[in-house]
Design a protein around this ligand. Structure first.
Ligand SMILES: O=C(CO)[C@H](O)[C@H](O)COP(=O)(O)O
Length: 226
C-alpha cells in the first residue's frame, strides 16, 4: 500500500502506530509519502520506507488531522503550515481518512480556527490585501503568520516560512464562511496564492475521538451527527 502521512500532533500518533505495526511485522509492503519535513523526519526515525509523489502519484490511503470539520466533512487545515503538501498528497488518495478529537467539529467553517492561505513571498503584502478584499471572505482579518510556520500564533519577529519557501496568511473570521466552495474558488484563483486550507469534497471518512469513545462519520460510517 501507498500511505500518505499527515502532519500535526494528531497525525503524529498515526505515524507512530504505523511504525510500530511495521516493526512488529503486523503490516508489510507499505511505502509512505510524508506531507512535511517534520513528518518525513519522524517516519525516517521509525524506519518507515518513504517515497514522494514523483515516484507514486496514487495513494491507497492518507491519514491526517484537521483544524475544523463541518457536517459536510469539509475541512480547514494548515494550522501546522503544511497545507500545500497535505493537499497535494491527500487529493491523490483513494481514501483520505481524517482523525480528530471532538473539539474540531463545527457547524460552519471559519470562526473556530483561522483559515491558512499559502502565498508566494513576492509582494506578499499586496497578495494579503488582495485576499482580504475577496467577496467570499469579506469581513475576515488577514494576518501574516510570524515565527514558526507550524503554529498559527505569532511568536517572533520573523515571517514564518513553509517547507516550500512560501508565506502564510491566516484569515480570522467572526462568522462562519457563507459559501465554502466560492471561497475555495476565489482564493485558488488569486494570483500570488499557492493554495489554501479549505479541503472540500476530499474526506473519505472522519474518525472522531470524544468523551464517549470513537465515532466515525463518512462513507463507511454514520453521517455527521454534529
Ligand atoms: O493541517 C495540519 C497541519 O498543517 C494539521 O493536520 C492540523 O493543523 C491539525 O493539527 P493537530 O492534530 O496538531 O491539531
Amino acid at each position: 500500500m501507498v500511505v500518505g502521512l499527515g502532519t500535526g500532533s494528531t497525525a503524529y500518533f498515526a505515524v507512530e502506530r504505523l511504525g510500530e505495526k511495521l516493526k512488529s511485522g503486523e503490516l508489510k509492503d507499505i511505502i509512505a509519502i510524508p506531507t512535511s519535513e517534520r513528518t518525513r523526519e519522524q517516519a525516517e526515525s521509525l524506519g518507515i520506507p518513504l517515497c514522494t509523489l514523483n515516484e507514486k502519484s496514487v495513494l491507497d490511503v492518507a491519514i491526517d488531522g484537521a483544524d475544523e470539520v463541518d457536517p459536510d466533512l469539509a475541512l480547514v487545515k494548515g494550522g501546522g503550515g503544511a497545507l500545500l503538501r497535505e493537499k497535494m498528497v491527500e487529493v491523490m488518495a483513494k481514501k483520505f481518512v481524517v482523525i480528530v478529537d471532538e473539539s474540531k467539529l463545527c457547524k460552519g467553517l471559519g470562526p473556530g480556527f483561522p483559515l491558512p492561505v499559502e502565498i508566494t513571498p513576492f509582494c506578499h503584502m499586496h497578495t494579503l490585501r488582495t485576499i482580504a478584499a475577496l467577496p467570499s471572505v469579506a469581513g475576515c482579518e488577514a494576518v501574516l503568520r510570524m515565527g514558526s510556520s507550524s503554529t498559527n500564533k505569532p511568536d517572533g519577529d520573523n515571517i514564518a516560512v513553509t517547507d516550500n519557501g512560501n508565506y502564510i496568511v491566516d484569515l480570522h473570521f467572526k462568522e462562519p464562511i457563507k459559501d465554502v466552495n466560492k471561497a475555495a474558488e476565489e482564493l485558488k484563483n488569486t494570483v500570488g496564492v499557492v493554495d489554501h486550507g479549505l479541503f472540500v469534497g476530499m474526506s473519505y471518512q472522519v474518525i472522531v475521538a470524544g468523551k464517549d469513545g470513537i465515532k466515525v462519520a463518512g462513507t463507511d460510517g454514520e453521517p455527521a451527527w454534529w
